[in-house]
Design a protein around this ligand. Sequence first.
Ligand SMILES: [Zn+2]
Length: 293
Amino acid sequence: MLTLTFLGVGGAFAKRNYQSNVLVEAWQQGPQQQSAPDETLLIDFGTTGPLALHTLTDRPGFEYLRNSGQVDYRRIRNVLITHLHADHVGGLEELALMNTYILGSSVNRPPFRPRLISSTDVLRALWRESLRGGLGVMHGRPARLEDYFEPVPLMPADPRGNGIPLTDHYRLEVIRTRHVTLEAGGDWPSVGVRLIDKRSGRSVLYTGDTQFNASGHAQWLEEAELCFHDVQLTDAPGSVHALLSELQTLPESIRRKMVLYHFGDDWDGAAYGFVSREFAGFAVPQQRYDLFP
Ligand SMILES: [Zn+2]
């Protein structure tokens, strides 16, 4: 069994919801039968992530994430980063520092290092342009990304190199998305995620932040049983997110399996009442979705 729980469902500037980061859990049997999953994966961990995760540990079924009143980050075995905006990476410094200085490590005992998964270019930029500022020193010496994490670089364009197993039953793959683009060419890298049940071949798509790209994402949208899709509710020229009005142009068969997330604080206004009829609805925070029922 594979479950997905949004820590929050909001966009970068949302105040009524935490930012869109999710916890994926793999279970041999299920959350009713086990006190803790067999494997855990965070997809993104932004600036509101630590507080959102702390809140989640108060919920029935998530107690395993807590130890002595605080989040036990050692329970997070894998972290996948889709891109470098702070609402997706801003919590990583706390996760790394807690593992290094608070949760059972010392100068002589190395910290627990979760696997850190993304495309090669995202991982390289993540350390050099973001994390190094706060994590560049450990116990008085220069530190590297590998001191805190076990990097797992993937290659979205290469089917042989774009994925890894998640327990014996599931596979995780990264796909290239178009979020922030450079006019002069080159790229500002970002990825989405496919979660695949190896036994049945069924898949779930989690887009990460992305512009609307019906043709580029067509195959993954078609194949997916369920699709968690980035959305921006209001139209704006040059948006780096998929506009709700653009997603409405997709065939009904695609829309009906599409759960929208990363939205602004006005999602529950009357203007968006049609979303639950035309799509699978807005994502609900802090409840488990069973991905392959
Ligand atoms: Zn973004």
